[in-house]
Ligand binder design. Structure first.
Ligand SMILES: Nc1nc2c(ncn2[C@@H]2O[C@H](COP(=O)(O)OP(=O)(O)OP(=O)(O)O)[C@@H](O)[C@H]2O)c(=O)[nH]1
Length: 600
């Protein structure tokens, strides 16, 4: 394909503004896939994505398009995820594009992630085609969105296309705009190969597959390639593109996007953001690459049944092949035995990993309460990373504990400004900025401790603003805070997996709330269970669960042995998600009780 007739673009939007629906329509309209084989949201092919209706992993498809003037084009379309946990995938995708379709819901208008994504696109000097979507809705207000485009994003609103991805309105116009407005890729086909590796995953049948955008030169089968950051060399076995079904092609030229299979055994041998070049005919210098993504939220994963430890290790290894953004390493807990400490990008990411492990690899898991990562700086000596509160052993007065802060951006109608300010203050937020975007819409920016927002901030924000607020965040820095370790004891024994690090001013409140919630979660046992919260050895709260003897067999008068067995089986199943700690049996829910306590 002539380089002049290639268009590489992404669709960016706030969550639920209709990216996947539009992507589907583009696939259908270009005739890449027949209606017969088409399933809604074709690109969301992971089961979980389909069930939750969200896009997790960015997908790329190559689409043929014949313009109204009759010329043939190739579109490379990259669908991007909308949730803030996965925003690193967005910036990755954008580096492979010359333009974006900026989708805005006509009834909701510009939201926090719209702004974050536009900033990324502008930083990458990409052409932006604004699309006002969902114009079919009775509540659609395209004029309001046009005004916002001008006022908030400084984008010429006459360029906006009115569309309904659902009903197929405006799709032709969008495809023509892609041809007319997005420039073809630059790059010199006669230079040595220079390609950006922007995604990689492990395919059960084909092994590691990498997705590249060729900048200069070309790739062809049989070529020996070299990864510039790692130095590894491989021979190209197969090249192809998703159309959306994988299709083999023998050459990828400057400006094109496609996948490469090159006998790469482990995902670790590839580095996303790396530059791929030809071995012995290297390009002069690598492309700028990406910042490494670091997990922000940590939690312990333990097999319910200790015998499943090796299975869990295997499952984690396999899953990591497909998701390099999550990390794991073995850890032991006095309470829970052998397990793994895992790092995630955020809570949604954590839930997804947990579900995939249980569903795809069939291991029953116990998850401990998530925590953010802290830095401990002793007066003398090196900084220690604390990704598990129980590792914070003894605190010296001279120790400094630092916690991660985020820059949170909130956009709300002006009548909710007071409510948002109160909420941010309760969460130790420091206001950085307040700006009227339009006479009725306000943007507030706060420096917020991550630990204060990780669990329930967004829910509170949504409910206190009747759903009108939108929120986006990015990592800011680590700051010293007055933090203490809160321990939980059952009958005098500390349960390390329940420890947490909290701000001193909130420690009493959190301790009291947590023991109350735990009391609700712990089933009555044959003896009384005392639940205590303590800080530095001093007990600050206590509740107790009264003793009870639950005799399931009492109901079985007579000697019906099958019935008796059934009841015992039932009781055993009920215990599945219990963990024996000392003499006390603790259900999974108890470990997550902290998620149900108000952070305030
Ligand atoms: N009425 C109407 N609904 C739409 C339109 N486009 C999308 N929707 C609906 O909006 C919801 C979200 O659409 P998606 O395409 O999943 O949104 P998304 O932006 O891809 O969401 P994420 O992948 O989770 O970021 C779905 O229920 C769609 O059916 C439209 O033009 N009109």
């Amino acid at each position: 394909m002539n380089q002049q007739n290639v268009r590489n673009f992404s669709i960016i939007a706030h969550i639920d503004h209709g990216k996947s629906t539009l992507a589907d329509k583009l696939i259908l309209k270009t005739g890449a896939l027949e209606q017969r084989v088409f399933k809604d949201q074709y690109l969301d092919n992971m089961d979980l994505e389909r069930e939750r209706g969200i896009t997790i992993k960015a997908q790329t498809v190559r689409l043929p398009y014949r313009s109204q003037k009759g010329d043939a084009y190739t579109f490379n379309m990259i669908d991007t995820p909308g949730h803030v946990d996965f925003s690193y995938e967005v910036s990755r995708s954008l580096a492979a594009c010359e333009g974006v379709l900026l989708l805005i819901d006509a009834s909701q208008g510009i939201q926090a992630q719209t702004i974050a994504n536009v900033n990324l696109a502008m930083a990458g000097n990409l052409t932006i085609i604004p699309v006002i979507n969902k114009v079919d809705l009775p509540s659609a207000d395209p004029d309001m969105v046009r005004e916002q485009l001008e006022d908030i994003l400084q984008i010429d609103s006459t360029e906006a296309i009115l569309a309904s991805a659902k009903q197929g309105i405006g799709v032709e116009e969008i495809m023509e705009a892609i041809v007319e407005r997005i420039p073809p890729p630059e790059g010199d086909p006669d230079q040595p190969l220079k390609a950006l590796l922007f995604d990689a995953w492990y395919d059960l049948y084909k092994g590691v597959m990498i997705l590249v955008r060729v900048v200069d030169g070309h790739l062809k089968e049989g070529m020996t390639i070299q990864m510039m950051a790692t130095g590894h060399t491989f021979e190209v076995e197969e090249l192809g593109a998703f159309t959306p079904v994988p299709k083999r092609i023998d050459r990828l030229s400057a400006g094109e996007v496609g996948f490469v299979i090159a006998g790469i055994k482990k995902l670790d041998e590839t580095k996303i953001g790396d530059t791929v070049t030809e071995f012995k005919n290297n390009c002069d210098k690598p492309l700028p690459g990406y910042k490494d993504v670091k997990p922000m939220v940590f939690s312990g994963l333990y097999p319910i049944d200790g015998d499943q430890y090796e299975n869990l290790r295997d499952a984690l290894k396999k899953l990591r092949l497909n998701d390099a953004s999550f990390t794991y390493e073995p850890e032991t807990s006095a309470a829970l035995g052998f397990g793994f400490r895992c790092g995630f990008l955020g809570l949604l990411h954590m839930e997804i990993v947990r579900e995939r492990l249980e569903r795809e690899y069939n291991v029953d898991l116990l998850t401990t309460a998530p925590t953010v990562v802290f830095h401990l700086k002793p007066e003398h000596g090196d900084m220690v990373v604390i990704d598990n509160p129980s590792n914070l052993k003894k605190q010296d007065r001279t120790d400094t504990i630092l916690e991660p802060y985020l820059r949170g951006t909130i956009i709300v109608p002006d009548e909710y400004v007071g409510v948002v300010m109160n909420l941010a203050r309760d969460r130790r937020g420091i206001q950085l900025k307040m700006e009227y975007l339009t006479p009725k819409t306000v943007m507030l920016q706060y420096a917020l401790p991550f630990s204060e927002i990780v669990f329930d901030f967004f829910d509170h924000l949504k409910s206190s603003t009747k759903g009108y607020a939108s929120f986006d965040y990015e990592f800011l820095d680590f700051r010293a805070s007055d933090l203490v370790k809160l321990d939980i004891l059952f009958n005098g024994e500390t349960v390390d997996a329940l420890s947490m690090i909290v701000h001193r001013d909130k420690a009493y409140y959190r301790g009291r709330e947590l023991v109350k919630k735990l009391k609700e979660q712990i089933p009555r046992q044959m003896f009384e269970v005392a639940i205590q919260a303590s800080i530095g050895g001093k007990v600050i709260a206590r509740e107790s669960v009264k003793a009870l003897r639950k005799n399931v067999l009492a109901k079985c008068y007579g000697g019906d042995i099958t019935r008796k067995r059934k009841l015992l089986e039932k009781q055993k199943a009920g215990k599945k998600r219990m963990k024996q700690i000392g003499k006390v049996e603790i259900p999974q829910e108890a470990f997550l009780a902290v998620l149900r306590t108000d952070v305030k």
